[in-house]
Design a protein around this ligand. Sequence first.
Ligand SMILES: [Zn+2]
Length: 365
Amino acid sequence: MRINKKIIALAISASLVVTGCTSKTSPNPEKEEKEVVKVEKTQETQEDQKEEKKEINLQEIKPNEAGQIMVIMYHSIGEPEAEFTRTPENFRKDLNYLYEKGYRPISLKDYVSGNITTEAGFTPIVLTFDDGWQNNFNLIQDEKGEWVIDPDCAVAILEEFNKKHPDFPLEVTFFVNNNIPFGQKEHLEYKLKYIVEKGMDIGNHTATHVNYKNTDAQRIQKELGIIVKLVNQYLPDYEVNTQALPFGSRPKDKGLYKYLASGSYEDITYNNIAILNVGWDPYKSPYHIKFNPLAIHRVRGSDLQKYVQGVGMYDWMKHFEKGNRVKYVSDGDPDMVTIPENYKKVIDSQKTGDRKIRTYTLEKQ
Ligand SMILES: [Zn+2]
């Protein structure tokens, strides 16, 4: 909501500047500017509570909320670079690149529920880390012997980037197993609470990083239930309701798929609203008729071809630029779904729910 207010204020000030210029013939631009600022302030307070949305220039911003979104898959952050390890330096490079190219993180939960708050003209992405590596969230002792967050772990790098660029939200999901998430058993409670308090998320990656292929209903529910139980032990109100499939595996028996989504173990029940595959390509808009939140594709967080083999985030950003794939471009309004007219047929009104659908035709340029 903070973003909306900012936009309203900007809209008001923009319209006031225009009125000011046409109705007055002040020879002193400096003086005029001061007056405008004064009016703007009172107006802003009056209008603050109003839920009016700023009109965006569709031809300029070209929103397309039927376009695709990259769910980026990382594992370990450390040295040396490898198939499932990104160096801190390269991870920082990725964030910078995404930022410069107009990509902005949203939470996985917001993605699947279609609550997309990304600023107008920008493209949402979802950041994920599998396996709960210690280097995802590591504590080290400083010279006084006090425990501090390792500046080269994923959490610190993301927080540092968000501090420098507040318009790059701190949204990420860490998918953990039961071999002590993030290592350091004595710091587990601190780490889990820290992640959730900062608005980041914890997801399920099964207790033993199981290959689901030959599992039965009981095993699947136990694998998922153990993680929910572990997290709820420290965070009773936090809902672990997303899963990344270990190895991207599913049971041979399709009849068991339902347990990947929901089930129970001991006194625990779970209900996964998102299930992530292992990555290869950007996935559909949450409003797309074929969007399936229980089989979300991911892309790999790397630029090294020997590891990503054409399915890395940099490859897909290039495809977006060339127009081989169409990316999601936000209209800035989470209550509205804006699409070029010719995408109307791929939008599912069940998925858009209460949101307004707005179509427009791109003028030739
Ligand atoms: Zn894994």
